[in-house]
Design a binder for this molecule. Sequence first.
Ligand SMILES: O=C(O)CCC(=O)C(=O)O
Ligand SMILES: [Fe+2]
Length: 270
Amino acid sequence: MVTTTATSNNSAEPFRSVTAEEIAHYKSHGWVRLKRFLPQATVDVLLSYAKERMGEDGATSANPGKFSFFNSLAVQQPHHPLFGPIIRHFGKSAVALRDLKVSPGIRYFKDSFGVKLPSNRADGHGRSDWHQDFAAQVSDRSGGMVFWSALIDMTPDKGTMAFLDGSHRHGVMGDYRTYGEGNLLDAYPGLIEECPSSGYLTLSAGDVTVHSDMCVHSAGKNVSDGPRWTYLVQLNPADARWTGAPSVSFDTSSLTLLNTLDEERFPTVG
Ligand SMILES: O=C(O)CCC(=O)C(=O)O
Ligand SMILES: [Fe+2]
């Protein structure tokens, strides 16, 4: 039986709530796949917004050379009429997934489009290697998560995500920049026996995966002949405080050491 839990689904917004089964999966595995979580009409608008700015093939990067694993176009307009409702929908869902008994709510951190180009292009991308997100978050507490939305149908050859089941219970395993040419599994080779891989997923447009900032994950190389289009929203607990470390992914100039984040730049969304 599929039961839906209330995440204050507003009938004016075309979004479904997370189900009890999805919440249970997230808690036990550290990640979950939310099938058809974004309606096709929303996916269509997101994709055309991204293509207008990144080109039909997604080859124009707003941050050239910044990441080797995909072209990234930061959006950062949490009150925009297109992005705002999606971000708040994810925020409410994040609170339902995490459980309010242990979380004071959720704050928006960052959203962006991510385009992984076919690896056989001169400007193509490699694998997004095994890592946890937490150590690079510059937050003094975990509980954050990424909502990763497929904007096209994708089989594993497009470079989809895979997760290590239950790895979110194994503590913080380092910043991804500390593994040199290797990855988290070179540093923790026994982990894969404890936490089997989900395998690279097959997703439909509108499917959203959510992973905890403690869940180990990777994305394969895109060995298909077209771009992999995704929209990513990163959320952190509302009570998160800045550790004082520099961030690779966002501007920390408005933050002060060990203080909570400003509501203007990092609004509470759940
Ligand atoms: O999309 C990818 O290739 C990697 C994304 C990722 O690591 C994340 O969303 O945390
Ligand atoms: Fe990640």
